[in-house]
Design a protein around this ligand. Structure first.
Ligand SMILES: C[S@@+](CC[C@H](N)C(=O)[O-])C[C@H]1O[C@@H](n2cnc3c(N)ncnc32)[C@H](O)[C@@H]1O
Length: 217
């Protein structure tokens, strides 16, 4: 089941009035739920639709995703790329690489997406690009590090999105009741709030998406 903070009937209603998944995304969603551990990690129809919409609005030339999993959000984020545009996606888990590629092909996006396998912190410095859009969706303890690592690779006017920043609502619990990951998400939200180089909005979509726009270096 997808991680949602909204009442379930509101979430279902929002999904109902969101464009249906493409054939490739629907099949990927299904296969992930049948065969892969932790399908809750997949973005899903509503968040995926949101990411796709953002991609179409920005028409980015270059996108970086940190946390590929089975490739659902990568496909959504790649949908609005310019003709020459490209998406780089990083994941530590090599076991899902072939499955991702199969679905990138099914979506007709295999030439527009490069998969990197390994620890994001080791791979990010080696991707010598500027990114109009970065999506952070990997290990929660390192969001602060990924934010710092990508910041200079994003031009003024570019965007950084970070997923799971409400961490199942735990971020509003008293400190002693928060899990380690919820504490990390809360610290990340505080870090963004204190950064005067950006404007930001925390959207309570699914598990919370922090949208950051860089306004100065
Ligand atoms: C929440 S899932 C990503 C979901 C995907 N973005 C989507 O929306 O369908 C998080 C992914 O981060 C990966 N990950 C965890 N630690 C990582 C690290 N240090 N470097 C790169 N990837 C990592 C995991 O293997 C997992 O596939």
């Amino acid at each position: 089941m997808t991680q949602v903070l909204l009442p379930i009937e509101i979430d279902r209603y929002a999904e109902k009035y969101t464009t249906a998944e493409s054939e490739a995304l629907a099949a990927l969603n299904r296969e992930t739920h049948i065969k892969v551990e932790l399908p809750v990690m997949l973005s899903g129809k509503l968040q995926g639709g949101f990411l796709s919409m953002i991609s179409h609005m920005l028409k980015p030339k270059m996108v970086l995703e940190i946390g590929t999993y089975t490739g659902y959000s990568a496909i959504c984020l790649a949908q609005g790329l310019t003709d020459e545009g490209h998406l780089h996606t990083i994941d530590i888990n090599e076991e899902l690489q072939d499955m991702c590629f199969r679905y990138f092909c099914k979506a007709g996006l295999e030439k527009k997406i490069t998969q990197h396998i390994g620890k994001a912190a080791e791979i990010i410095p080696d991707i010598n690009e500027q990114f109009d859009l970065v999506f952070i969706d990997a290990d929660k303890q390192n969001y602060h590090l990924y934010y710092d690592m990508v910041f200079d690779k994003v031009p003024v006017g570019g965007f950084i999105l970070a997923d799971n920043v409400l961490y199942n609502g735990e971020v509003v619990l008293p400190d002693a009741e928060q899990s380690k990951n919820a504490k990390a998400m809360h610290a990340f939200n505080e870090k963004v709030k204190a950064d005067n180089r950006v404007e930001h909005v925390l959207l309570p979509v699914r598990d919370g998406i922090m949208m950051v726009r860089k306004i100065k270096n």
